[in-house]
Write a protein that binds this ligand. Structure first.
Ligand SMILES: NC(=O)c1ccc[n+]([C@@H]2O[C@H](COP(=O)([O-])OP(=O)(O)OC[C@H]3O[C@@H](n4cnc5c(N)ncnc54)[C@H](O)[C@@H]3O)[C@@H](O)[C@H]2O)c1
Length: 433
């Protein structure tokens, strides 16, 4: 029996739930959105219509049915897909799924938008029907803009469920799905959070200014213009601290990311002072207005622990070319090599633990973090063999896909203009999807 998703129920009208409901409604689905109260559902939808570039029009918003979990649970009874996006709390999610299971129709699909709770913990000891019908659909924020959705099956999830979700997410919602596994933080956040948390430590040790770090960790390596500190200002230091604490509970014991989970000393000082990022009016950067109304950007000097005027960074030609930057010898190159080589060897070692192939890893970083190239495309761009040899010369173990590359005698992760990728067995396979 195949499932076509036309009617959608979303539970939780916060940032993600309202975003998912709004997107589904904008794409023509019949949508209901439930939260603890009907007012919370209304509020979530109202937020979607505000701002300079609203996520949905007023007309679309008006088509979304709303209700409370207490009084209106029956509204989900004929939904084809029920997507849970409530607070990140295992007990709350499990209690909710038990209630949904009692009401939903046969053949409907359940999913959770959790970012970090193992799916197996959510469905443990639940009825067989639920175990066969549940998956993770991990959207990225803002839902209507970010392309990535990580799709994770449980150990008993039907193929029918995965096929229907893939088809719906790709074709109706026009997302890019990536097949991930039930491992901590899936693909995008596992690698992205490693890069951010390791980045804070390595940048602090490098002695480079915030402006220099962000100038290097953006266009030269194909990452978004926010760089490292600008991105963390956007996310919030409190969220980074929460991410680090969650990872400390769930990362495998021998994971190299464990060295970077606590914030560096200055960032901890900022966190303690409530200097969290854009949401508190400033984190590493802040906009100030002079008496005559002129606006200018200031930066928080990490050594002085005080604000100063931002300084423009002029990178030389070698520092803007990724290969020259990675293999250069100045302080900027040493920092870029230190952070990017660690991130790339980390990504390499995580296949097949987090993904069966490199294509899903590269897509996750491009579609979820706006990297111009994924880790394995970056390795090709800097000459993967030369990269591995430099790592080996430094005593860094080559694991996962870099080992496959070296052992199989190949030079690149992709060939024939990116139409074929290197598989776990050292052979090339067509890139599909
Ligand atoms: N914000 C992100 O960037 C992001 C990205 C991907 C995944 N996620 C995940 O999506 C889920 C929702 O996150 P969010 O950022 O939208 O959170 P949020 O805090 O914006 O919204 C959570 C919603 O859950 C509701 N809620 C709280 N307790 C509840 C209960 N007992 N029963 C039912 N509803 C309850 C709240 O009223 C609120 O509307 C979480 O699992 C989170 O980890 C978040």
């Amino acid at each position: 029996m195949s499932t076509q998703i036309k009617k959608v129920a979303v539970i939780g009208a916060g940032t993600m739930g309202a975003g998912i409901a709004g997107l589904c409604a904008a794409k023509g689905c019949e949508v209901v959105l439930l939260d603890m109260t009907r007012e919370l559902a209304d509020k979530g939808i109202e937020k979607l219509t505000l701002g300079k570039r609203p996520a949905v029009t007023d007309e679309t918003a008006a088509r979304i049915g709303r209700g409370s979990l207490q009084d209106d649970l029956s509204m989900i009874a004929d939904s084809d897909w029920i997507c849970e996006a409530v607070v990140e709390d295992l007990a709350i999610k499990r209690d909710l799924f038990s209630r949904l299971e009692a009401v939903r129709k046969d053949g409907s699909i359940l999913s959770t938008n959790t970012s970090g709770i193992p799916l197996r913990d959510i469905y443990a000891q639940m009825p067989e029907r639920m175990q066969q019908n549940i998956a993770v659909t991990h959207f990225f924020n803002p839902v209507h803009i970010m392309k990535l959705v990580e799709l994770v099956p449980g150990s008993k999830t039907d193929n029918r469920v995965m096929t229907a979700l893939t088809d719906f997410l790709n074709n109706t919602l026009e997302k890019g799905t990536v097949r991930a596994k039930d491992t901590v933080n899936f693909i995008g956040n596992r690698i992205g959070c490693y890069w951010m948390l390791a980045g804070l430590h390595k940048a602090a040790d490098s002695g480079l200014s915030i402006e220099s770090v962000d100038a290097l960790m953006s266009k030269p390596v194909g990452l978004p213009p926010t760089g490292l500190y600008g991105l963390i200002d956007l996310i919030g230091l409190d969220v980074m601290d929460f991410v680090g604490k969650n990872l400390s509970k769930n990362l495998p014991d021998n994971d190299p990311g464990r060295s970077y989970l606590a914030l560096p000393e200055t960032e901890q000082h900022m966190l303690n002072n409530g200097q969290l990022g854009r949401k508190t009016g400033g984190g590493f950067y802040k906009m100030v207005k002079s008496a005559d109304g002129e606006k200018s950007m200031q930066v928080f000097d990490l050594q002085q622990k005080d604000w100063r005027a931002i300084q423009k960074v002029e990178l030389n030609d070698a520092q803007t070319d990724i290969e020259q930057l990675m293999y250069g010898s100045d302080g900027e190159s040493q920092f870029a090599w230190n952070l990017m080589s660690n991130t790339l060897t980390y990504s390499s070692a995580l296949v097949p633990e987090i993904s069966d192939d490199i294509v899903n890893v590269d897509r996750a970083m491009k579609w979820g973090f706006n990297w111009a190239q994924g880790p394995f495309e970056l390795l090709d761009a800097v000459n993967a063999r030369k990269f591995a040899e430099k790592c080996q010369a430094e005593g860094t173990a080559i694991e996962g896909m870099l080992k496959v590359l070296m052992d199989s005698g190949n030079d690149t992760f992709y060939r024939n203009n990116g139409s074929e990728f290197l598989g776990l067995d050292g052979n090339y396979y067509p890139v599909t999807g």
